[in-house]
Design a protein around this ligand. Structure first.
Ligand code: NAP
Length: 308
């Protein structure tokens, strides 16, 4: 019997585990077959406090994991399967991962959020062959090439800015006539001579037999379609929270986990941390902070249960 089972092994899950193990709570992390979360897909992280020279995303995650394991956290590199969460028996939760089952007195949901795709012809089969969602990871493959970035939010601005370090030209394509991104990010993009912005336009097809050679663009106001040559398509249109497998947990209208009081979900004994409930910040440091908060709440809740 574990005191707490953490589902997810990004900054939220691993920080939660560092705190729960240091509080002497027997902790299991269901890490997933690809443990570590989104930071495993990035290169240099320059805004995580404590690393003035920056740190590579996978190194940061390896350090967090080492720190959690040092205090006794166990980690299972299997995918969480599914769970009907209910506080009905009030005793424990059975959590399944791969073909194994684990019992926990409390649970922290920290499964993060995945990339949203355009869902247009030619996209899926060209992932890794010109279609990407991670400029810092794949940027070097597009040295001296032309690329497009799709999206109008801060992520798209960031991707476009990163790609100017590698590509000859970057074209930002957004479906509306106004960008959604913060003013500071917009200003940065608009003043960068390497970046061209096309508004009111959707990417309706990604072209190329094997690799990306171009895109079909559709003007949303006129309906006019045209083709544009490009070597790469960076999709940066938001994320989908990983909540599909959580039955009985209240979600908001966008599918993120609803938080009731502090980090508590609607099910007693089940807490939440990180991007799986945070549509707004989505930073490694905020996810880690939420992990800390969830762990402190679990500790308090278990203490209350013990004194009943
Ligand atoms: P977002 O703010 O939700 O923006 C997504 C963008 O993609 C929107 O412009 C949206 O268009 C567009 N979009 C969505 N679905 C689309 C589709 N099917 N086809 C074409 N375009 C589509 O997501 P985000 O940029 O990932 O940012 C998420 C949160 O993280 C935000 O709060 C953001 O401020 C934050 N963030 C902050 C930083 C930073 O501060 N450094 C960096 C990255 C992200 P519409 O505008 O028409 O809806």
């Amino acid at each position: 019997m574990y005191d707490v089972i953490v589902i997810g092994s990004g900054p939220a899950g691993l920080t939660a585990a560092i705190y729960t193990t240091r509080a002497n709570l027997k902790t299991l992390i269901i890490g997933g077959v690809s443990w570590g979360g989104q930071l495993m897909l990035t290169t240099e992280v320059e805004n995580f406090p404590g690393f003035p020279q920056g740190i590579m995303g996978p190194d940061l995650m390896a350090n967090m994991r080492k720190q959690a394991e040092k205090f006794g956290a166990e980690i299972v590199e299997e995918n969480f399967t599914s769970e009907e969460f209910s506080a009905s028996n009030g005793k424990s939760f059975t959590i399944r991962a791969g073909d194994r089952s684990f019992e926990g007195r409390s649970v922290i949901l920290a499964t993060g959020a995945d990339t949203k795709w355009l869902d247009v012809p030619g996209e899926k089969e060209k992932i890794g062959r010109g279609v990407s969602t991670c400029a810092p990871c794949d940027g070097p493959f597009f040295k001296n090439k032309d690329v497009i970035v799709v999206g109008g939010g801060d992520s798209a601005m960031e991707e476009a800015e990163v790609m100017t370090r590698y590509a000859t030209s970057v074209t930002l394509i957004h479906r509306r006539d106004t960008l959604r991104a913060s003013k500071i990010m917009q200003d940065k993009i608009k003043s960068n001579p390497k970046i061209k912005i096309i508004l009111d336009t959707q990417v309706s097809k990604i072209l190329g037999d094997f690799k990306v050679t171009g895109v079909e663009l559709a003007n949303v106001k006129t309906g006019e379609k045209r083709e544009m040559a490009t070597d790469g398509v960076f999709v940066a249109i938001g994320h989908i929270p990983n909540t599909a497998l959580f039955k009985g947990i209240d979600l908001d209208e966008k599918g993120y986990i609803k938080v009731y009081e502090h980090t508590k979900t609607n099910v007693e004994g089940v807490f939440v941390a990180g991007d799986v409930h945070d549509i707004h910040y989505k930073q490694a440091i905020t996810a880690a902070g939420f992990g800390c908060m969830a762990a402190l709440e679990v500790e308090k809740w278990l203490r209350e249960q013990n004194s009943k």
